[in-house]
Design a binder for this molecule. Sequence first.
Ligand code: FAD
Length: 350
Amino acid sequence: MNDQSRKSYDAIIVGAGVIGSAIAFELAKKGWETLNVDKLPASGYGSTSNSCAIVRAHYSTFDGVAMAYEGFSYWKDWSNYLDCKDERGHAIYMQSGTVLFMLEGGHHEKVLPLFDQVGVPYEILSNDELRERYPFYEHGTHGEPCRPEDDRFWDEPEGELIGALYTPDSGYVSDPQLASHNLQRAAEAKGGEFRFNVEVVDIRQANDRVAGVTLADGTQIDAPVVVNVAGPHSFVINKMAGVYESMNIKTKALRHEVHHVPSPAGLDFEKDGLHSSDSDLAIYVRPESGNNILIGSEDPACDPQVWVDDPDDYDDVVSDDQWNAQVLRLARRVPSLGVPSDKKGIVDLY
Ligand SMILES: Cc1cc2nc3c(=O)[nH]c(=O)nc-3n(C[C@H](O)[C@H](O)[C@H](O)COP(=O)(O)OP(=O)(O)OC[C@H]3O[C@@H](n4cnc5c(N)ncnc54)[C@H](O)[C@@H]3O)c2cc1C
């Protein structure tokens, strides 16, 4: 049970999304007395709730690949990792595997040496193997990504993929909000505390170091460590702490649309599909329950980048233009895809 009047902890964690809840769990396991504070009513209600929750390893740095690879083992053995029950049940890891389509000079060239260094299991699939396993994918390449408004979008393919990099351990999490709740319960089982519906309005400092946080109702809570995991609001917290301007790597909130379309007739993408990363068309897809396909964007230069100044005030309605761009891009890769008139999807911030 949380002691709502307690005023001092080893660490205060600002945010109780999947990252904040995971940090609480890991610190609590090491004996830290932690408090997560979140302005929303429950864990994982921020950007985590709208995440595609894809778990993949093809990052561009050794550290990124190594961390993601370690993550596979937790997701694949989630209940044991948590070591704790949750009255809502545990999130399920859908180990669909990933194909990263390969292009001459493409991202796989950076990734493969890192996979070898880290020991990430993978297979290189030829186009014939790709066709045999995933016959619904076309193999054409289309040059620099462009938008459907551009005549070039409709040109015949310029060339062919050179196969795909397949990672069998990757996939996606059935319900990222539930995964976050699981981590909250796991942290609480080790003594971590959470307070919801409380907003941090100041990061206090004393003697040139952090001293704690102040909440909107004036409550002051002290800790020698304050962890900023406020997701798209993290730059706001950095500004509160007075450190934003001096940071070498600044964060900003980027608007991101993800669209849902039904699988083509005769294809059970939920069962036979997989997470696919397509830098030729600048999209990624994964199966979604109800035999749907979820389509995200790899944010190509031709697409408008909408940076958001106020993460509490942005346009969260799916736009016709971006829906067309992402869905028609997938229709180039999956020619049997029907393009529905009903534009379903979500909008959130990275
Ligand atoms: C549409 C979309 C799709 C994505 N798909 C993927 C994917 O497939 N795979 C992947 O790995 N990642 C994906 N991401 C990114 C991933 O979802 C995020 O990196 C992750 O969920 C962030 O978790 P978090 O805990 O850091 O942030 P959040 O879940 O946003 O949590 C931050 C919390 O901080 C709280 N907070 C903010 N300000 C304050 C304050 N002042 N006081 C108190 N509380 C505060 C918020 O209420 C919120 O609950 C996607 C993101 C989006 C938007």
